[in-house]
Design a protein around this ligand. Structure first.
Ligand SMILES: Nc1nc2c(ncn2[C@@H]2O[C@H](COP(=O)(O)OP(=O)(O)OP(=O)(O)O)[C@@H](O)[C@H]2O)c(=O)[nH]1
Length: 312
């Protein structure tokens, strides 16, 4: 693993591919670790990934192995709000069929909050204890007895004291994880990160804002369809490229449409604004987004065009 082989030489028979979940209480370094594992850009990709059980946050193909990282949002804010409550139900399910779980804690520490997260994990899936922020531990000698204590807490497959900020540690972690992923052909292209993936990211982002801002009221059957995704190069040097997106939120009933639009269009405007702000950060681009709401009602083409405001 330290010397990645040319992936082109990895024949489908020798390929490995599998799902890896990174879980842990807030602030232990999950995002830092995920970003380090995935590389520079978090990529969300093709339709294959668009299941209700898994939200793919990124993937990395190294040598013959494709690591597919799944998002487990509910673990981060267990008791925050109504949406998270409903997410938690799916989150526990989502973690129950990954190939590997990375359970992240701060090295030398195990609190009640860590325990709560650990309890949600079953015992059937290999779980690696990531003792992160090792660089914060001044007396390394304290780590050995702590690791022994941790062995009593759960049947961890392995113990990895490391720092998510240390590239060598991250590289070593790939080597450790590799063997837990099944031998099967890759699901994605080796360097998958295309316009299509940004398009998917855009629809996921609208979806996320939609459900966050409508709370529990809106049925999960509502979907988001990207109608247009066009890119323009920067007008001037030093400026960012422009991404123009048009998306339709498809709901089942007129009452749902009203809910999405909100009073005087306030809610859809906010969905659009928050989506744009986050996409601009993620895509490193200037984003222009238009949202429509459509009721899917058989033959009736009951389409209301709702222009969202505030986009230059
Ligand atoms: N010193 C040190 N700091 C780290 C390490 N990993 C993460 N951090 C820092 O810890 C803080 C929390 O990291 P995040 O990656 O945001 O943690 P998280 O678990 O994703 O947090 P939530 O999003 O709240 O769940 C940040 O300030 C990171 O820079 C590490 O290995 N060493």
């Amino acid at each position: 693993m330290n010397e990645p082989i040319d992936s082109a030489t990895a024949s489908p028979e020798s390929q490995r591919c599998g799902l890896v979940a990174i879980v842990g209480k807030p602030n232990v370094g999950k995002s830092t670790l995920l970003n380090a594992l995935v590389g520079q850009k978090i990529s969300i990709t093709s339709r294959k990934a668009q299941t209700t059980r898994h939200r793919i946050t990124g993937m990395r193909t190294l040598g013959a192995t494709q690591f597919v990282f799944v998002d487990t949002p509910g673990f981060q804010t267990l008791h925050a709000n109504a949406l998270n409550r409903s997410l938690n139900k799916t989150v526990v399910g989502a973690v129950s069929d990954v190939d590997l779980i990375l359970f992240v804690v701060e090295a030398g520490s195990f609190t009640a909050a860590d325990e709560r997260v650990l309890k949600l994990l079953g015992t059937g899936i290999p779980t690696v204890l990531i003792a992160n922020k090792l660089d914060h531990v001044h007396r390394r000698a304290d780590i050995a007895p702590w690791l022994q204590e941790m062995q009593q807490k759960h049947a961890f497959a392995e113990f990895v004291p490391m720092s998510a900020k240390n590239p060598k540690d991250v590289e070593r972690l790939f080597g450790i994880c590799e063997k837990y992923l099944p031998e099967q052909p890759w699901w994605y292209d080796e360097d998958e990160l295309t316009d299509r993936s940004e398009q998917f990211l855009a629809s996921e982002m609208v979806r996320e804002k939609l459900f966050r801002l409508t709370g529990d009221e809106l049925p999960y059957t509502s979907t988001v369809v990207i109608d247009k995704f066009a890119e323009e190069p920067p007008a001037k040097k030093g400026q960012k490229r422009l991404v123009k997106i048009a998306a339709t939120i498809v709901v089942e009933r007129d009452s749902h449409k009203a809910m999405v639009i909100g009073d005087k269009g306030e809610r859809i405007k906010r969905i659009g604004t928050e989506t744009r702000q986050e996409l601009e950060k993620l895509m490193d681009a200037k984003v222009f987004i238009e949202l429509w709401v459509k009721v899917r009602s058989g033959w009736a083409d009951d389409e209301a065009r709702v222009r969202s405001f505030g986009y230059e």
